[in-house]
Design a protein around this ligand. Structure first.
Ligand code: AMP
Ligand code: MG
Length: 500
């Protein structure tokens, strides 16, 4: 930390544009100090990027700043206002009920990044909630968002996880925690829905111009910028969801208030990476009808984007019919954009070119067999890379993942023939497959093990070791073997999560 007390720990610069927007966009709020903040994890490389000095952040004074006990110079905390469709139902006012936007930091590359503190105490949007978070969800979000980043999926990042030294009451008392989160923007589809509900298009314009200026500055001032911007949000979201689908990731609560306008994965609650491939998998305990099941994610994303488009209609064209027509044309692009990404990536996962006829069908056939035979999603693709294109003698590690290995045998012959037909160099094909098929994902039982050690024994070592493995998902080391395995029956996590 710099010598003067209260000085900013590093070279970070803040420019808090969102806080300068007028009242309907946010409410002033300050973090409520916690009893005894202690660092659980600090993301040192991310701190450097933000111009923050990780050594200074790791001191008691720095930890006080990360926890909101002492103001970080340059920040201007506000609670962001938003509404949302939760499980399809309109909720007119949500907002940051247990989090604050501390400020916007300009990182070492000149990029603007929101610093957002979750678990920081009550705000005007807490609706009777305690404004806090327990340590389990903090650890889960830290691990998941950093794992996603390592996998190359756009996501919010985790700068620090902190234990508060206080208890929060959930089903029973649990240790409290805070997460300092970093994102390109915390504006959500629900932020637009909230502002649009004021029936004042000028306010929507204000928000749209704000996000364009911070995230899509090249569009600023252009006459057709709102339609153009909508098409970008659609494109980014489609790409993000395609990546989720490739990895077997389930967000769990794709309410419009949990969908970023930047196409970053945000608000990790009851998320999960599938073990065995089953498109009907649901992770949220309150999602009884499976609205947010794995297979529904693209459709739901498009539905959410339609809610965003509705908010933008008055900005797109004064003639509503015309505006609807233009916005609908953009929304229809979602399917094409998602499918082209999803299909190309799926073929890549099996080492084949999506341009060649029949390859996509072959990939889908494998998925069908995987779901019928409960084959592990991550391991099937990862191990498939290691099979040779000439003979079946090394097929054992993949066959054994299928309840009935004959189902795999019936598929693999055609795959080999196609590999030979494409005639690519074997080593290059294998390396390419390894690059798109991670060996290590955050399986639920691994997250649970890290959380249990933290909650039961305040032992953060399992979390740190797991984070280390998750940071190189495509290049496992021999000691990472245990992180690659599906859960044993007794390790299976049967409870799903509601996320708070
Ligand atoms: P989430 O499930 O985290 O996406 O949150 C949905 C809404 O509930 C948001 O407005 C949150 O700020 C609010 N919320 C969730 N947990 C709490 C809590 N413990 N105290 C206050 N508000 C909360
Ligand atoms: Mg949320």
């Amino acid at each position: 930390m710099n010598e003067q007390s209260g000085a900013i720990p590093g070279e970070a610069r803040f420019d808090n544009r969102y806080a300068r927007l007028p009242p309907p966009f946010h409410s002033p709020a300050q973090p409520t100090p916690v009893a005894q903040p202690a660092l659980i994890a600090l993301n040192r490389p991310l701190a450097y990027r933000l111009g923050l000095d990780p050594d200074a952040l790791a001191t008691p004074e720095g930890t006080d700043m990360l926890a909101g006990n002492r103001p970080m110079p340059g920040t201007e905390p506000v609670a962001m206002a938003y509404a949302g469709h939760q499980f399809g139902h309109w909720v007119p006012r949500l907002g940051d009920g247990r989090a604050l936007l501390l400020g916007e930091i300009i990182d070492s590359t000149g990029r603007r990044r929101d610093l957002h503190l979750k678990g920081s105490g009550p705000t005007p949007y807490s609706r009777g909630g305690d404004g806090r978070s327990s340590i389990g969800p903090v650890i889960r979000e830290y691990l998941a968002s950093e794992a996603m980043h390592a996998l190359g999926v756009p996501t919010t990042r985790a700068l620090a996880a902190i234990s508060s030294g206080e208890s929060v009451i959930r089903q029973s008392p649990e240790p409290g925690g805070l997460l300092l989160r970093v994102a390109g923007s915390h504006v959500r589809i629900g932020s637009f829905e909230y502002i649009a509900s004021h029936d004042n298009p000028e306010l929507v314009r204000r928000l749209a111009d704000h996000v364009i200026s911070v995230c899509d500055a090249d569009l600023a001032g252009q006459p057709d910028r709102y339609l153009h911007w909508l098409s970008r949000v659609i494109d980014r979201t489609a790409r993000m969801v395609a990546q989720w689908m490739h990895l077997g990731f389930i967000h769990g609560v794709m309410n419009t208030d949990n969908m970023s306008i930047l196409g970053e994965t945000i608000d990790y609650g009851p998320f999960g990476w599938m073990d065995h491939y089953d498109p009907n998998t649901v992770y949220s305990s309150i999602d009884r009808r499976g609205r947010y099941a794995y297979r529904n994610q693209p459709t739901i994303a498009q539905w959410n984007l339609a809610r965003l488009a509705e908010c933008l209609l008055p900005l797109i064209d004064p003639d509503t019919t015309k505006a609807v027509e233009l916005a609908s044309e953009q929304l229809e692009q979602f399917t094409a954009c998602f499918e082209s990404r999803y299909h190309t990536g799926l073929c890549k996962k099996i080492g084949l070119d999506s341009q060649h006829e029949g390859n996509l069908e072959l990939a889908f056939d494998l998925l069908t067999r995987m779901s019928e035979q409960r084959a592990d999603m991550t391991l099937t693709f990862r191990r498939l890379a290691d099979l040779g294109s000439r003979d079946a003698s090394s097929d054992g590690p993949v066959r054994s993942l299928f309840d009935d290995p004959a189902s795999f045998d019936a598929w693999v012959g055609d795959w080999r023939q196609r590999l030979r037909g494409e005639g690519r160099d074997e080593a290059t094909r294998q390396a390419d497959m390894h690059r798109v098929n991670p060996a290590i994902v955050l399986r639920n039982h691994l997250a649970q093990e890290a959380v249990d050690a933290a909650v039961d024994h305040l032992d953060f070592k399992p979390m740190q070791q797991l984070m280390d493995a998750l940071s190189r998902p495509h290049d496992p080391r021999p000691e990472d073997q245990r992180y690659m395995q599906p859960p044993q029956p007794h390790e299976r996590v049967l409870d799903t999560f509601c996320g708070t």
